[in-house]
Ligand binder design. Structure first.
Ligand code: 6R9
Length: 659
């Protein structure tokens, strides 16, 4: 019952309802073309793929999906080994068993293995294999700089040359298979080049999003003890120049203080942002980039296959994903997924609203982008600036849209626009899409990620871990393994088991809530744990709280997420100052600065709410449920406060809400 039922869906597919409806037609071009127009009503809005789209789609009907899905569940070994051997190069084939798994903590250690003892190289599969197949002169990357008018391209052959140079350099300074390389780069071509070079020589790349602070970077350096850190001297984002190398310098001092010194800091000269003459330099450690020249198998097969089907990829497509390679989306769907398919990828260095909010559509027209994959938060932020920035551009090349990162706001939902939208639900942990529309295969419902990808068996369980049937809502788990599944937490297998497999024995627990409707569509309802999703960036409440309490004037802090028009959620912090310190604007600013410094600007609280005390149970647990209600000003929905150690705390907090 978590699959499309034929009656409900074929009716719609066969009907091939004409759209958009007249109500929808009144809505703005922005909503219509970028992410579809707003649905008129609730769940039951069904958007049928156009006949034209379905006819050419890789999965052209619900029936075809059901056939393939059943094959993937009934015999996963056959399904995935078929794809792995027909579409990838393996130096050595895997052993007798395609996969083995234990996802049940009651039966021993958690263990997921796919294509065991197979030998392959994901970089070889991205580049050499495609070049051998005749794609050498195909554009691999369109690079668009921050400044309109500055751009560059690399063909697959040129990309391979650049990757080999860097891979050779890394080898020459002693980077070996299994060694870690920390990468702190913005969206230059050098970022995918670096990722692929590491993969080529078997080095583990730890890409740190270039928005993280020196302290966060230092922590990651200490964790993975790399021989080399790769960065660039500076980057421009919009009108601002950010001196990345200075941040790395500070991080290297900090990590050296913690006993980890790094031999080489390889620095790319990003001339349009800063000339090398003005770059601070530490002789002996710093080297200019020039002249210098997950487990792999399962991740590779999964990233490539999900990319192909969820975006209905064709050789002639030009693909643009707006994510930064510092996050998982940039790994699976800027670099590996598309390149394994030999796709042409746009890499954009700059900010989406620079020099004006039309930049994205300018890029779409300039490169004739056909598949555009982005986050609802970006669209919301651009929508504030009005339609004229959108309608100025034709956007005619677009054929498929994808969305990622958060439950897609109803108002931005699909509504019968020309392009199908893949609302892809997945996680860093899953490596690739898990629940996603296959455009062309079945009708969509705005706001729903629809049905599971091949080989994925999602289940919804209640708080006791009992699987629920039919229409229901509860905790989203997965019952089996899939090739892209993460195999452990680096260096901490115990935490891996505790966090993901112990909450509901027998299943992988996603941390998300989910509802299944009468037609079997899945609706993600957001995190049920202490994770806040700000502009698609996943932030743990504990991380922000510990940054706040490290401030000498902060006694206690509790952080919750509140709904935010553009960011999805924003960070709202309740702070109790230490005895004798009173609230002040200065303290507020300095607390925010502490978080920016320790984690990064994207994690800074939007609101500090002074709290003489926090609502706690008698056992001392902070009741976040109450804090969330206060933060979102739903004061009449506070619920039962009688179990609090001191119910008076709540009234105090309400009084201070607007101080
Ligand atoms: C790829 C990525 C994962 C969390 C996930 C969920 C939320 C992602 C979503 C979505 C609703 C979607 N999420 N996609 N919620 N609909 N289409 O974002 O990975 O940074 O690990 O975040 O994002 O809450 O659990 P990650």
């Amino acid at each position: 019952n978590n699959l499309p039922t034929t009656t409900a869906h074929f009716r719609h597919v066969d009907a091939m309802a004409p759209h958009p409806s007249s109500a929808a037609a009144k809505l703005s071009h922005l909503k219509a073309v970028v992410l579809g127009e707003a649905p008129a009503s609730g769940d039951d809005d069904v958007v049928v793929p156009s006949h034209e789209f379905s006819r050419q789609a890789l999965v052209p009907s619900t029936q075809k999906y059901l056939e393939m899905y059943k094959a993937s569940i009934e015999d996963p070994a056959k399904f995935w080994s078929g794809i792995a051997s027909s579409e990838f190069y393996w130096k050595q084939r895997w052993g007798d068993q395609v996969y083995s798994e234990n996802l049940d903590v009651r039966k021993g250690n958690i263990n997921i293995e796919w294509f065991k003892s197979g030998i392959t190289n994901v970089c070889y599969n991205c580049l050499d294999r495609n070049i051998d197949a005749g794609l050498g002169d195909k554009i691999a990357i369109y690079w668009e700089s921050n400044e309109p008018g500055f751009d560059a391209t690399l063909t697959y052959s040129q990309l391979l040359d650049r990757v080999c140079q860097l891979a050779n350099y890394l080898k020459s300074i002693g980077v070996r298979k299994g060694d870690a390389v920390v990468v702190y780069l913005p969206m230059l071509m050098e970022l995918p080049i670096t990722i692929l070079s590491c993969a080529r020589i078997g080095a583990v790349h730890s890409v740190v999003f270039a928005g993280f602070s020196a302290e966060s970077l230092a922590q990651r350096i200490v964790d993975c003890k790399p021989k080399v850190v790769i960065t660039c001297n500076a980057v421009k984002r919009g009108p601002k120049t950010i001196h990345l190398k200075d941040i790395v310098d500070a991080a290297l001092i900090e990590s050296a203080n913690n006993g980890i010194s790094v031999d080489v800091c390889l620095t790319y000269e990003n001339r349009s942002a800063l000339k090398r003459e003005s770059t601070k330099w530490e002789k002996g450690r710093d080297v200019w980039w020039e002249g210098v020249l997950h487990t792999t198998g399962g991740y590779m097969v999964y990233a490539a296959t999900t990319f192909k089907y969820a975006f209905d990829y064709k050789d002639s497509d030009v693909y643009w994903c707006t994510a930064d390679c510092g996050w998982i989306t940039g790994h699976s769907y800027v670099t590996y997924g598309p390149m394994l398919n030999g796709a042409t990828v746009v890499v954009f260095e700059g900010a989406p609203n620079y020099p004006d909010p039309g930049r994205c559509w300018d890029i779409v027209d300039k490169y004739k982008v056909t598949i555009f994959y982005t986050a609802p938060t970006l669209v919301r932020s651009l929508m504030r600036d009005g339609d004229e920035y959108v309608t100025r551009y034709s956007r005619r090349s677009l054929r498929v849209l994808g969305s990622i990162g958060e439950p897609i706001n109803q108002r931005l939902g699909v509504g019968g626009s020309r392009c199908p939208i893949s609302d892809t639900w997945w996680q860093t942990e899953t490596g690739g899409f898990m629940i996603t529309p296959l455009p062309g295969a079945w009708p969509q419902k705005p706001g729903s990620a629809t049905f599971p990808f091949f080989g994925v068996q999602p289940v919804i369980v209640d708080e006791k871990g009992v699987e629920l049937d039919g229409e229901c809502s509860g905790y989203l788990c997965v019952k089996n393994s899939w090739p892209g599944a993460f195999r452990t937490l680096y260096g901490d297998h115990e935490r891996y088991e505790t966090t993901y497999f112990k909450p509901f024995p027998g299943y992988y627990f996603t941390g998300d809530g989910c509802r299944r409707d009468k037609d079997g569509y899945h609706w993600l309802t957001g995190r049920v744990d202490d994770v806040i999703n700000v502009s698609g960036h996943r932030i743990g409440t504990a991380e922000v709280e510990s940054a706040l309490v490290s401030h000498p004037h902060c006694a206690e802090a509790a952080v919750v997420g509140v709904e935010h028009e553009v960011k999805g959620q924003s960070i709202y912090a309740f702070v109790t100052p230490v005895e004798g310190i009173s609230y002040s604007d200065e303290l507020r600013k300095s607390l925010i600065l502490t978080v920016r410094k320790q984690i990064g600007a994207f994690a800074a609280p939007d609101k500090i709410h002074w709290a003489p005390g926090l609502p706690k149970t008698r056992s001392g647990k902070i009741m976040r449920r109450i804090l969330r209600k206060i933060a979102s000003r739903q004061l009449d929905e506070l619920g039962d406060t009688s179990t609090l150690a001191d119910p008076g705390v709540v009234d105090q907090l309400i009084k201070l809400a607007d101080v």
